[in-house]
Design a binder for this molecule. Structure first.
Ligand SMILES: Cc1cc2nc3c(=O)[nH]c(=O)nc-3n(C[C@H](O)[C@H](O)[C@H](O)COP(=O)(O)O)c2cc1C
Length: 243
């Protein structure tokens, strides 16, 4: 029984693994969170894995904004809750699914309610943004643009799974665009492309970080102290939202 979600019989979290097959075959959408911070080194590690993904002309047109501070999470959670509470059709869909005969569907929809109404419980969120997009298109709204970032997002999900962290990919950033930009002080040229929220498995996390994590060059300020860009061997990879 996970803390905060007493009515739901949740599966037990997976152990960390270095086996790529196991990671790929067991990576699932996780919508319940433990009340424990995710160590920054792990967040850095999963974002670094994202930065190893292919991109058009190797332009790496992304910034990953990592949010793990309670106040910022609370603001994002409140913004999503407000949208959810005003969206009657979505609520009806979820209520109907929660009564489904099918256990998988029931769990998914109960999870969706937890997700929409308590996002702030996610100890960390990663918001991948297109940034400096030039290949294969300059149009961030084009389907082609996604090809230069979603492989990186998949790397993030798999790396998190390998480290024993649960994630759920979401496109609710589409409903939250104005709030995200305001709360995270995103620069105009950054285009949010999704979000993944992190969860620690219920078993003890046995992190197995490879050596060399501390090798990142110094932080580089991107915007007004709110967003910090970190340079890595393959170029700028992510920002930490700071308040
Ligand atoms: C583009 C995309 C958008 C998604 N959006 C949401 C979302 O808004 N909320 C959510 O709870 N799950 C979301 N998911 C997760 C899917 O519901 C999930 O991957 C799918 O149900 C399969 O479940 P599994 O990953 O556990 O196998 C999204 C996944 C993708 C790829």
């Amino acid at each position: 029984m996970a803390r905060g979600y007493p009515e739901i019989d949740l599966p037990v979290g997976h152990e960390p693994t270095d086996n790529i097959w196991e990671a790929m075959f067991t990576q699932r959408a996780i919508r319940y969170w433990q009340d424990k911070p995710v160590p920054r080194e792990l967040l850095e590690k999963v974002v670094a894995a994202g930065s190893k993904a292919p991109s058009g002309s190797n332009t790496q047109p992304w910034v990953f904004v990592v949010v793990d501070e309670p106040d910022t999470r609370a603001e994002l959670g409140a913004a999503l809750r407000g949208i959810f509470e005003a969206a009657e059709p979505l609520q009806q869909l979820i209520s109907a699914g929660e009564q489904s005969e099918d256990k998988t569907e029931r769990l998914m929809l109960k999870g969706a309610r937890a997700f929409f109404s308590h996002l702030e419980k996610a100890p960390a969120m990663i918001i991948p943004c297109l940034y400096g997009l030039s290949s294969p298109t300059q149009d961030a709204s084009s389907l082609l643009a996604g090809s230069s970032i979603y492989l990186a997002v998949q790397n993030v999900l798999l790396a998190a799974r390998a480290l024993g962290l649960g994630t759920v990919m979401t496109t609710v950033h589409g409903m939250l665009d104005a709030d995200l930009r305001r709360i995270l002080s995103l620069p105009e040229e950054a285009t949010p492309c999704g979000a993944a929220s992190h969860w620690l498995p219920r078993r003890e996390l046995r992190a197995h970080l490879p050596q060399g994590l501390g090798r990142y060059p110094a932080l580089e300020r991107l915007v007004d102290g709110d967003l910090v860009r970190i340079s890595a061997p393959r170029g700028p990879v992510f920002g930490l939202a700071r308040r």
